[in-house]
Design a protein around this ligand. Structure first.
Ligand code: SF4
Ligand code: SF4
Length: 87
């Protein structure tokens, strides 16, 4: 994939007054890596910055800060993310 230089501001999740947002979750996103095409839509759309991007553009979930909103699953073009109920 071709890369471009860009000036931007990136924020990172941190502990707020109500604690870590991962504590709000009823459902958690689970990534089927075999179906992921590394398009990074989930990484770009996550409102909490809780989708982690690897050096090879693979993605994983930071469950400390994922609040379980499901946006990543909804935006994934390959349906590689499913929302599963927390235990
Ligand atoms: S469920 Fe919501 S908060 Fe959690 S990783 Fe997906 S988009 Fe981010
Ligand atoms: S949106 Fe889906 S296919 Fe794209 S990087 Fe995320 S999990 Fe992979």
């Amino acid at each position: 994939m071709e890369r471009y230089e860009a000036d931007t501001t990136i924020s990172y999740p941190c502990v707020g007054a109500a604690g870590k947002t991962g504590g709000w979750r009823d459902f958690k996103p689970v990534i089927d890596q075999s179906n992921c095409i590394k398009c990074l839509r989930c990484w770009a759309y996550c409102p909490e910055g809780a989708v982690l991007r690897g050096e090879d553009d693979s993605v994983s979930i930071d469950y400390d800060y994922c609040k379980g909103c499901g946006i990543c699953a909804r935006e994934c073009p390959k349906k590689a993310i499913t929302m599963e109920r927390e235990d």
